[in-house]
Write a protein that binds this ligand. Structure first.
Ligand code: SME
Length: 173
């Protein structure tokens, strides 16, 4: 595990830090790693490498209309999110990253924690353009995410989807 990147790190330092996090994730995902171990490892590496990441997790696509939480790190989040709700639903339906400097600026933002000030949600798309999950990172600081975060988090989601292109298995209820 790397040291934690401080909140006000220089852009160059942040780039270098992300490239090390990416390399760590690549090295950790070995040939016998399954999708659940891969998702849990990505979340652990990200959550513990950045001071500004207060909640970090995947919401998996479990039907044509719903996302379900996990794996994640941080306080407990909303367990299920319909596609038509929240930033996560918007990222899943538009298949585009949503980067919010201020969560209150997004009508319909779902506040799992009242301390969250900014958020980035990245869709995990396979090569056919199917959404497998979304990666959601919340910060208690405003404007915590920028184009550098977007670039690297999208790269990490692509890395995951290249290795695990199927929808994660849905457990029975
Ligand atoms: N804020 C998200 C909900 C998930 S929590 O942030 C963990 C949304 O609006 O979809």
């Amino acid at each position: 595990m790397l040291e934690v990147l401080p909140r006000h790190a220089e852009p160059m330092h942040k780039q270098k830090h992300y490239s090390q996090v990416y390399a760590n994730i690549q090295a950790l995902l070995t040939a016998d790693t399954d999708w659940l171990a891969a998702m849990a490892t990505i979340i652990s590496e990200l959550h513990n490498s950045f001071e500004s990441f207060d909640w970090t997790g995947f919401y998996r696509v479990v039907s044509d209309e719903h996302l379900q939480i996990g794996p994640y790190q941080g306080a407990h989040g909303c367990l299920n999110i319909p596609f038509q709700k929240g930033v996560c639903g918007a990222a899943a339906t538009t298949k585009k990253t949503h980067c919010l400097a201020d969560v209150d600026s997004f009508p319909g933002h779902i506040a799992c924690s009242s301390s969250t000030r900014s958020e980035i949600v990245v869709p995990v798309l396979n090569k056919h353009g199917e959404v497998l999950a979304v990666l959601d990172v919340d910060s208690d600081y405003p404007s915590a995410f920028d184009a550098v975060d977007q670039h690297w988090l999208e790269s990490i989601c692509m890395l995951y989807a290249m290795r695990y292109p199927e929808r994660p298995l849905v457990t029975s209820r």
